[in-house]
Each structure stands twice: as C-alpha cells, then as structure tokens.
Design a protein around this ligand. Structure first.
Ligand code: G3P
Ligand code: MG
Length: 245
C-alpha cells in the first residue's frame, strides 16, 4: 500500500466550502488519508476551524473570529458563499474534526493560525484537545509562526510538527532539526528532488502545499515527498493508485 499521505487542503475544498464538515467528509470519500485545517480561537476560547482571520469572505459577517463567541459563530452560514446547496454548513470546532478523523482512522494536519491575529496559549489549547481525543499519534501541527511550533514541541514532544514556509529557505532540514520538526510544509515550487533526499538523511520529510495539477503531483511523488496537500484528493488518489500497479 502507498504510504504517501493524501492530505485534503481545508477538506476537499475544490468541491465543498473549505473547512466545513461537508468538505472534510468529502475528502474522506475521495480518498484522503489526512485532512489539513486552520485553527483559530473564539472570544470565549473555543478552537474553531476557519482560514481567514475575518469572517467576511466565508460567512458574510464583517468581524474577526477572535471577537465572536462560539455561540455567535455557530449561527453563521459558512456554506452559501460557495454554493447555495451548502447553505447551513457551520464553522466546525476542532473537536468535531478530531472525532470524525478518529472514527475514520485518518490523520489531521492542524495549522495554527497565529500570525495576523496572535492567540496567546492556542498551543496549549490545541494540544489539550488532541490529547482529550487520544489523537497525539495521528496529528501533525503546522504553522507559519515557527515560535508557535517550537512551543508545541516543548509542550508535546510526541506530537509531530511541520514548518510552513513559502520561500527558498537555505537547507531547511537544518532549521527543522533545530526546532525538532519532523516535516517541511513547503510551498510546492520550493521543493527539489535533491533537497528531499538531503532532508531524508536528517529524518525530515516534505509535505508540499497546495498542489492541484497532476503533472506537479507526479514530479513531487517522483522526488520522494512523504505527503501532498491538495484541494483535489481524488486526483492525487488516482496517481497513488497508479504507483501501486
Ligand atoms: O497548510 C498548507 C496551507 O494551508 C498553508 O496555507 O494559507 O492555505 O493556510 P493556507
Ligand atoms: Mg492552512
């Protein structure tokens, strides 16, 4: 069996409104073996899954996630912006996704959104939720805020971390070793086969994002990446099956 992770970006976000239970479930149906999602906190400290700091684009409410309570947030429609067929989809909690992933036997990549808005103690809260669900061995924490990742590793050395970055970092596997990250979540153009090999020597794997074109998926699979983050888990699933034949 192919062990390359098929990571559905915000769920199967090409087909369903991103970061909703509909998108996560569709991801599973389309063959994803992991779900990537974005975690933020409400004003009353609940962990919720939404990409933008502002609620405007996906719910129409012109407020920041950090300024609404969970109750207010749950009244919003996070599906209609994508297609009226998804009217009534809610902004999910991290707990809901962890329950789904646990019962389906898949992994979760929780991206801590801790940049534009800073959420003090989001690391503690996310780790506590993961432990409550017994999912420490099935979660990869990632973030563009590498201080957050270093803190996660100090708090929970047993939970894997992945460094998110866009640029051509110089020898990122050295940097990863420094904060004990197991994975490089690199923008996909910043991944060359020789780098994948050098990272592997350090025990560091690549999970590039966000890869939607089959030709680019093929290039990365050939380079030896350990997983790919995609809006189209069905396309990646097809390629992974081919590799088994
Ligand atoms: O985790 C990969 C990817 O989600 C990072 O960027 O902006 O889509 O959260 P973004
Ligand atoms: Mg993300």
């Amino acid at each position: 069996m192919n062990t390359v992770l098929n990571i559905a970006h915000r769920g199967a976000s090409a087909y369903c409104p991103e970061n909703t239970m509909a998108a996560f479930k569709r991801g599973l149906e389309l063959g994803a073996t992991a779900i990537e999602t974005d975690a933020q906190m409400t004003s009353d400290g609940h962990l919720v899954l939404i990409h933008d700091e502002w609620l405007t684009r996906t719910t129409g409410l012109n407020k920041l996630v950090k300024d609404v309570t969970l109750e207010e947030l749950r009244r919003l429609d996070a599906g209609s912006w994508f297609d009226p067929a998804f009217a009534g989809e809610k902004v999910p909690t991290l707990a809901e996704l962890l329950e789904l992933a646990k019962s389906a036997g898949i992994q979760v990549n929780v991206e801590l959104k801790n940049g534009i808005v800073l959420y003090p103690r989001i690391e503690e809260a996310v780790i506590e939720e993961i432990r409550r669900h017994g999912m420490a061995d099935r979660v990869i924490l990632s973030s563009f805020n590498h201080y957050s990742l270093a803190k996660c590793k100090q708090l929970a050395p047993d939970i894997r971390t992945g460094i998110l970055y866009m640029e051509g970092l110089y020898e990122p596997w050295e940097y990863a070793s420094r904060i004990q990250a197991e994975a490089l979540h690199a923008y996909h153009y910043a991944v060359l086969p020789e780098w994948v090999a050098q990272a592997a020597e350090r025990g560091v794997v690549y999970h590039p994002f966000t890869v939607n074109e089959p030709a680019e998926m093929r290039r990365l699979l050939k380079a030896g990446v350990a997983g790919i983050i995609t809006d189209y888990p069905d396309r990646l699933g097809e390629l992974l099956k081919e590799g088994e034949d």
